[in-house]
Ligand binder design. Structure first.
Ligand SMILES: *Cc1c(COP(=O)(O)O)cnc(C)c1O
Length: 432
């Protein structure tokens, strides 16, 4: 399979190059030259396939010979060594729980897959690879865990000192091995500036082989299509109605992956793009005008995005047609008060959601008012990760899952650094 940039559809590269580069020089986004359609035999057996089996069938079609079959099989099994259960919440309403990975966030799936692809491409360790990432919390821990123990790859995470939650900090600073956490005496913006400056520094690039683990990397996107198949497989025999997925969205990677799954032949009738008050895409769906704006802070802060990075991929895939976009996706946006209300409604159904999943639920409820469908909303984070929101709204105390407790019991190890680029560079060059 070849890949191209949405800004230059006539020039092709291989998967390895797309993964290593992450972002094309022309500022577009990488896409596969075509979307492979899976054979009828695959769909017939779907209900009986495990998540890794599904992942392998799909990954193979997108990666081809670039990762040998036997290796790819093991790679996918390693990535998907946790369950993604489909939980019935009420009639025609299911939650697809994507948060049972090591950092309790759905980003584990993409981060782990990308890490292992990069690890494979770097297997001879002829070139040094250093993944450099600035994080305000969640992405950093998913990326760090994804790359933990991957040979030939060093990971350096920058986070603003004192500005991430205790859970998040512990998840980043207690890993050891090939992961170094750097606490920057400044803001998240300072962290991002240091990373950006480092990427432009030729000496550093040459010595350390800098790579970004940015969420727009194609190797983070593709594996997110696997769980749509798994969910539809689990619905076999349970419904005759059309299946609709509601995706709580920020940068729209998850929704793009769902659209790819549909184009691969998966019988998904329609999608709901559900957002918080950062409603750029729902507004586009309803008006035809795409108007990015600065993000506003909400209770579902992993979706506080004012200019969604995967929008360019979606419009490319839909031939820049607003009417095609509208046919494929409905868009609804919800306020923080509505989010709290949805958490309470779900509690009444004996289901504890997090604020992001609650928005997915509301999106589906809204759509179901006029459409008789079976709905699945994606639950993207474990409620404990947003306990500051969930506990007071529901008047409960959430138990701390064992995986998180393990981190809390470990000792933080982090290197401190000022916001001065030369201090930061010296620190990087000293890492061995
Ligand atoms: C990143 C994230 C999202 C948004 O996913 P996109 O693919 O960027 O739309 C939703 N919920 C949680 C918990 C996240 O971490």
């Amino acid at each position: 399979m070849k890949y191209f940039s949405t800004n230059n559809p006539t020039q092709f590269i291989n998967f390895e190059t797309a993964v290593r580069k992450g972002l094309p020089d022309d500022n577009g986004l990488y896409l596969p030259e075509r979307i492979p359609v899976l054979p009828p035999s695959f769909f017939k057996s779907l209900a009986g396939l495990s998540l890794p089996q599904i992942g392998f069938e799909i990954a193979q079609r997108f990666i081809g010979e670039e990762i040998p079959t036997a290796h790819l099989k093991i790679l996918v099994e390693e990535v998907l060594n946790f369950d993604i259960p489909l939980i019935q919440v009420e009639e025609d309403m299911y939650s697809l729980e994507l948060y049972h990975g090591p950092t309790l966030a759905f980003k584990d799936v993409g981060a782990r897959f990308m890490a292992r692809c990069l690890g494979y491409f770097n297997r001879q360790a002829t070139e040094r690879v250093t993944v450099l990432a600035a994080t305000s919390g969640d992405t950093g821990s998913a990326v760090a865990h994804g790359f933990l123990g991957v040979e030939g790859v060093q990971v350096v995470l920058l986070y603003p000192k004192g500005k991430v939650s205790t859970f998040q900090e512990k998840q980043m600073t207690t890993l050891g091995q090939n992961v170094t956490a750097v606490e920057i005496e400044g803001s998240f913006d300072d962290c991002q500036r240091l990373v950006k400056t480092a990427f432009l520094d030729e000496e550093l690039n040459q010595k350390l082989g800098l790579t970004s683990a940015n969420s727009i990397n194609i190797a983070r996107l593709l594996p997110q299509s696997f769980y749509y198949f798994y969910a539809v497989g689990q619905l076999a025999g349970k419904t005759q109605k059309p299946i609709v997925f509601s995706v709580p969205s920020g940068n729209f990677g998850n929704l793009t992956a769902g659209y790819l799954a549909q184009q691969m032949g998966l019988p998904i009738h329609h999608f709901v793009a559900a957002t918080n008050s950062n409603d750029i895409v729902p507004a586009y769906i309803n008006s035809g005008v795409y108007a990015p704006k600065p993000s506003v802070q909400t209770l579902s802060n992993a979706m506080d995005v004012g200019n969604p990075s995967n929008f360019a991929r979606l419009t490319y895939l839909l031939s820049n047609s607003h009417s095609a976009f509208k046919t494929a996706f409905s868009g609804f946006a919800f306020s923080d008060n509505q989010t709290k209300e949805a958490l309470r409604q779900l509690q009444a159904l004996n289901y504890t959601a997090d604020p992001h999943g609650a928005i997915g639920y509301m999106g589906l409820k809204t759509y179901q008012q006029n459409n008789k469908v079976t709905g699945v909303f994606l639950e993207t984070a474990h409620p404990i990760k947003f306990k500051e929101v969930v506990e007071p709204v529901l008047d409960i105390t959430l138990p701390v899952p064992a995986v998180l407790q393990t981190f809390l019991n470990k000792t933080k190890v982090a290197v401190s650094c000022s916001v001065n680029y030369f201090d930061f560079k010296e620190l990087l060059l000293k890492q061995e």
